[in-house]
Design a protein around this ligand. Sequence first.
Ligand SMILES: [Zn+2]
Ligand SMILES: [Zn+2]
Length: 58
Amino acid sequence: MDRVGICAICGSVSYLNTCSLCGRLVCNGCFDHSRNVCKQCSSGIIFSEMSSERSGII
Ligand SMILES: [Zn+2]
Ligand SMILES: [Zn+2]
């Protein structure tokens, strides 16, 4: 299942993982294995979780 190619985030040649959100191929260093998404989408998820919690407070 392992594929070697160019990471879509850092550009290094490495084993790639497919982000379940954006579908980009990223290296292990740019991949969040606990969420199965790339680091960019992972930070976006954290951001939206925080903002939705904040919006619940009126
Ligand atoms: Zn990378
Ligand atoms: Zn992604």
